[in-house]
Ligand binder design. Structure first.
Ligand SMILES: C[S@@+](CC[C@H](N)C(=O)[O-])C[C@H]1O[C@@H](n2cnc3c(N)ncnc32)[C@H](O)[C@@H]1O
Length: 277
C-alpha cells in the first residue's frame, strides 16, 4: 500500500495529524463492548440502536434497485454488522480500515478464530430473521466466502485506497458507518472525505452512509476520547449534494435516554441511501 498524498498540499494539517494520533490508542475490544452489546445491541427491543441500523440496511439492500459485483465498506473498524445484508446482493465484499488492529480483528473472524472480541452470532441470526431465509451458519459461510480482502484506507487522501486494488470502473456499492464524521476535524474535512470515497464508486452506484448526529466525541477505549464533527441532517444532505450524490432517502433515529450510556454524546443516528451522479 503506497500512500497517495493527502488532500492538503502542505501535508496533513494539524487537525488531520491530531486525529490520526488519537486513533493510535483505539481499542477494538473496548469499542465493540461499548457499542455492540446491550443496551445498544438488544435484539429483543425494536428501539435499540443496532436493530434499527440492521433494519435500515436490510430495507436498502432488498428494494431491488442495487446490483453489481463489488461492495466496499469504508472504515469497517472491528465490525461486520454493516455487510450482513449486502453480502446477499453483492458477490464480492471488501472491508477497509485505517488501523491494523481493526483489520486484525476482522481477519480473526474471517479465519474462524475463537478469540474474536465479539460473537457475531446474534447479529447473523437477527439478519437471517429479517430476510426470512437462510440459517445463520449459512450466512456466516456466505460472508466468509464473499470477503475477498481487508485493506488499509485513509479517507483523507484523494485516493483513499491503492488504485490497483479496485476495478477501474470502481465499486458498485459503498457502505460506510460512523467513519467520516469520527475521523474528520471539521465539516470541510468531512465533505472532502465524502468526495474522496466517491471516486471509488462507479457512476450510478449506491452509497449507504450511516453516521452520528450531534456528536462531539466518543470513547475509542478507556480514556481514549476521540473528537467528532457534530452533524445535523441538513449538513449531511448538503455534503452529499456537493460531492456528486443524489439523495434517495434519509432516515433518522433518536437515541432513547437509556441508550445514552456515557461512551459518547451522540443524540441521533442518520441513515442515507444515495446514488452517485
Ligand atoms: C467510529 S469507528 C467506526 C467503525 C465501524 N464502521 C462501525 O460502524 O462501528 C471509526 C473508524 O474509522 C477508522 N479510521 C480512522 N482514521 C481513518 C481514516 N483516516 N480513514 C479511514 N478510516 C479511518 C478507525 O480506525 C475506526 O475503525
Amino acid at each position: 500500500f503506497s500512500p497517495a498524498p493527502r488532500s492538503t498540499p502542505a501535508g496533513p494539517g494539524p487537525g488531520l495529524a491530531a486525529m490520526a494520533a488519537c486513533y493510535q490508542r483505539f481499542d477494538p475490544a473496548a469499542y465493540l463492548q461499548y457499542n455492540y452489546t446491550p443496551p445498544r445491541a438488544d435484539f429483543d427491543r425494536k428501539d435499540s440502536i443496532v436493530p434499527w441500523k440492521l433494519a435500515c440496511l436490510h430495507r436498502a439492500f432488498t428494494e431491488g434497485d442495487m446490483s453489481g459485483e463489488l461492495l466496499v465498506d469504508i472504515g469497517s473498524g472491528p465490525t461486520l454488522y454493516q455487510v450482513l445484508s449486502g453480502c446477499e446482493v453483492f458477490n464480492e465484499v471488501v472491508l477497509t480500515d485505517f488501523l491494523e488492529a481493526n483489520r486484525k480483528e476482522l481477519r480473526r473472524w474471517l479465519q474462524g478464530d475463537e478469540t474474536c472480541s465479539l460473537d457475531w452470532t446474534p447479529y447473523l441470526q437477527h439478519v437471517c430473521k429479517l430476510e426470512g431465509a437462510s440459517a445463520w451458519t449459512e450466512k456466516a459461510a456466505k460472508l466468509r466466502q464473499a470477503i475477498t480482502d481487508i485493506l488499509p484506507i485513509d479517507v483523507h487522501r484523494p485516493q483513499p485506497l491503492d488504485p490497483s486494488v479496485l476495478p477501474p470502473a470502481g465499486a458498485d456499492c459503498l457502505v460506510s458507518c460512523f467513519c467520516l464524521e469520527s475521523v474528520s476535524p471539521d465539516l470541510a474535512a468531512f465533505t472532502r472525505a465524502l468526495g474522496h470515497i466517491g471516486k471509488l464508486l462507479r457512476p450510478g452506484g449506491h452509497l449507504l452512509l450511516i453516521g452520528a448526529l450531534g456528536e462531539s466525541f466518543y470513547f475509542g477505549g478507556p480514556g481514549v476520547k476521540i473528537p467528532v464533527v457534530p452533524l445535523g441532517e441538513a449538513e449531511v444532505c448538503t455534503s452529499l449534494k456537493e460531492t456528486g450524490y443524489t439523495l434517495i432517502r434519509l432516515e433518522v433515529y433518536t437515541l432513547p435516554q437509556d441508550m445514552r450510556v456515557g461512551v459518547d454524546d451522540v443524540t441521533g443516528v442518520f441513515f442515507a441511501k444515495a446514488k452517485k451522479d
